[in-house]
Design a protein around this ligand. Structure first.
Ligand SMILES: [Zn+2]
Length: 435
């Protein structure tokens, strides 16, 4: 018995060395840079969902998945996981309250009806966001309502108006109701809301590839990132050092995570020993509200997903410096502990998310699967209290550290080994405890 144990531990040790060596030769700073450079180039036009730029990014990722030798998901014809959403564009609107016309600059209308005609005699509820209320939760409650609502918002919140008017009117489940926000009006005894919208169906796609598991094909481990970003802004909104730059390249957010997914696909395909099925997913429309991951989560049984490694913004040094990253929602499953354990003896460290007040666990694509009980976490290095290029036109490849990015991707590759082999299975997230 003893001899066998010695032999077993020897071969396990040798296996780990082989992994580390092949990771070193496959996941290099040079290769990382090659991919990152293409994804964050100006000709991708900021990879905004529903633009030619994102189609170009999709085609590139598809070609990379093919080159890596991935199979398609669930026998699909290709790597594109296509779906469609409904978009509304308001053409004209007229709102009159108690005889007073309200200028467009003080209103925001959310409706997926081609034509809206509401008065105080219609089935409309009048609700208010009063001075001193918590704006965010109130806004979302009304925004997501299925009823017709006229929301009277106190003028103390007028600094929120611009953001609300910029929300893309895009949904996977268009309701028949209308929600109207009016700022700076306190009462509405008599009113009329008239509005016309152009309603259209728009198609979009995730890119998903698979390496089937050798002995546990029905148990999935997901590696993901989002490949969309914000597109092109007005030059004035660009980086102060270069006022002509209007392209939001999203090199860190999240071309970096997408690059990691491609590198991991290459690495695990080469290794060719995964016992569980590996799913490589790059999501569309994260920046519009996580629609890509929402669609993805409905294409598989969540109980089959043993773990999800979502990768977001790993291009800059973490607050602890190089060779370190953090895991969001660390305490929500024991996945982080497993990863830490697997990195023992290496020079790399994973830490719990140091910015809990920022709610990062809920702010990326992992949250959708976590709400279904999946141990789904985001791995990141972004200094959320001090990441000066975050969501600006200056998020460019020149601000990223390719060598460190390669180290992080290698750390993900190595630390996930026992989950991929089936030796470790992270505890499930208790969805009832989530927001
Ligand atoms: Zn992101």
């Amino acid at each position: 018995m003893l001899k066998q144990i010695v032999l077993l531990s020897l071969s396990a040790g040798m296996l780990l060395t082989v992994h580390a060596q092949s990771a070193k030769s496959i996941i290099t700073a040079k290769q990382v840079k090659k991919i990152e450079k293409v994804l964050s180039a100006d000709d991708m036009q900021g990879r905004r969902t529903f633009t030619p730029g994102i189609d170009k990014a999709s085609a590139f990722i598809e070609a990379q998945f093919k080159k890596a030798g991935l199979q398609t998901f669930n026998g699909a014809a290709n790597y594109r996981q296509e779906f469609s959403m409904t978009q509304a564009e308001t053409q004209s609107s007229t709102i009159v309250i108690d005889g007073k016309p309200i200028p467009d600059s003080l209103t925001a209308i959310f409706s997926y009806q081609p034509s809206v005609n509401l008065t105080e005699k219609s089935d409309v509820e009048i609700v208010k966001i009063n001075a001193g209320d918590k704006f965010g939760p109130k806004f979302y409650e009304y925004y997501q309502s299925k009823k017709n609502l006229l929301v009277l918002v106190d003028s103390s919140f007028s600094n929120r108006l611009k953001n609300i008017q910029h929300i893309d009117k895009i949904t996977s489940s268009p309701g028949t109701n209308t929600v109207v926000f009016v700022f700076g009006t306190k009462e509405a005894a008599a009113f009329s809301v008239e509005c016309t919208n152009i309603i259209s169906k728009k198609s979009l796609n995730n890119v998903v590839g698979v390496l089937p598991g050798k002995s546990k094909p029905d148990e999935y481990v997901v590696f993901s990132g989002h490949y969309d970003h914000l597109g092109v802004g007005s030059p004035a909104e660009g980086a102060p050092h270069d006022e002509k730059d209007s392209i939001y390249n999203g090199a860190n957010d999240d071309a970096a995570g997408t690059t990691a997914v491609i590198m991991l696909a290459r690495y695990f395909a080469k290794l060719n020993n995964n016992e569980r099925t590996l799913v490589f997913a790059t999501f569309v429309a994260e920046e519009l509200g996580g629609f890509g991951s929402q669609y993805f989560s409905k294409q598989l049984a969540p109980e089959k997903v043993m773990a999800m490694f979502n990768i977001e913004m790993i291009g800059t040094e973490s607050k602890w410096g190089t060779k370190s990253a953090y895991i969001t929602g660390f305490e929500k499953s024991d996945m982080g502990k497993i990863l830490q354990e697997n990195l023992k003896g290496s020079s790399f460290n994973f830490y719990p998310d140091p910015y809990p007040e920022q709610q990062l666990f809920y702010r990326s694509d992992n949250a959708t699967l976590a709400r279904l009980g999946v141990p789904a976490h985001t791995i990141s290095t972004s200094k959320m209290d001090d990441e000066k290029n975050y969501h600006t036109a200056s998020d460019e490849i020149g601000t990223l550290d390719m060598k460190n990015m390669a180290e992080i991707i290698k750390a993900i590759a190595l630390s996930s080994a026992t989950i991929i082999s089936g030796k470790d299975t992270p505890s499930r997230v208790d969805a009832t405890q989530l927001k």
